[in-house]
Design a binder for this molecule. Structure first.
Ligand SMILES: O=C([O-])CC(=O)C(=O)O
Ligand SMILES: [Mg+2]
Length: 236
């Protein structure tokens, strides 16, 4: 029998980059990908959402490919999992069975993996919330999974409409999941940090405007420069 396509782990993304990405979150990283030619700014399909809004994940991609509700490859990937990686599962959007639940998520947590992103369904929702390990999926179903084929591990996959290579940066939070290609991480983080500076300044301007207005003072202008430029362009 032909050996399954199981590849070695990509190196972990350095801690310094992980910490910078943690401060940014999914939306700012998606902004950082604007204009870089990365399809859909690396954003997975909106149906892939956290089991609980408080769940946040930042880590290095460890990929699995499977289909038709078959969770055998996911079991095999979990038990050879390593600390610091995020399990990214291409479940082909299968909607007739869930792929995993409480036991597999506890095992994922036990081996030190940072969480799970799955293009498919899960079960045991309440237990997953209590476990607290970040799990991102397309929804829930109580039915049992299937166990059949070995699938693939650590190959390039598609998850939520985005290509994911082992070693890519994965960031998920209440807004959804973004994938930053490995060779673009530094450039994307730098662009996202610039956007964060802009947003922090903008929040101060908005708060000052509100305070002055409430105190009966002239609050000045609220529209940012780019809106004023657009207004001029349209003769407003
Ligand atoms: O039974 C399974 O394979 C999936 C599941 O519910 C669990 O991981 O708890
Ligand atoms: Mg279960």
């Amino acid at each position: 029998m032909e050996k399954p396509n199981y590849r070695p782990f990509a190196p972990l993304i350095p801690d310094e980059m992980i910490q910078r990405a943690e401060r940014l979150g999914a939306a700012l990283l998606a902004d950082g990908m604007i204009g870089m030619g990365i399809p859909f700014e690396g954003c997975m399909d909106a149906q892939i959402s956290p089991v609980h809004d408080s769940m946040r994940i930042v880590g290095t991609a460890y990929t699995v490919s499977t289909a038709s509700g078959d969770n055998l490859p996911i079991h095999l990937a979990i038990y050879s999992g390593k600390e610091g990686y995020v399990l990214i599962i291409d479940g082909k959007g299968h909607a007739d069975h869930p792929y995993l639940g409480e036991l597999m998520t506890s095992a994922t947590k036990a081996v030190g993996l940072k969480g799970i992103v799955l293009d498919g369904l899960v079960r045991d929702k309440q237990a997953l919330i209590e476990l607290g390990l970040p799990v991102f999926a397309k929804g829930f179903m109580p039915r049992g999974p299937i166990k059949k084929e070995p699938g693939e591990i650590n190959t390039a996959i598609s998850c939520g409409g985005v290509t994911v290579h082992p070693g890519d940066l994965i960031v998920g939070d209440a807004d959804g999941v973004v994938v930053v290609p490995r060779d673009r991480i530094e450039a994307v983080i730098e662009a996202s940090e610039k956007k964060l500076d802009y947003e922090e300044k903008r929040k101060i301007t908005i708060a000052e405007y509100e305070k002055k207005r409430k105190q009966g003072m002239d609050p000045g202008e609220l529209a940012p420069q780019w809106v004023k430029d657009k207004s001029t362009e349209f003769g407003l």
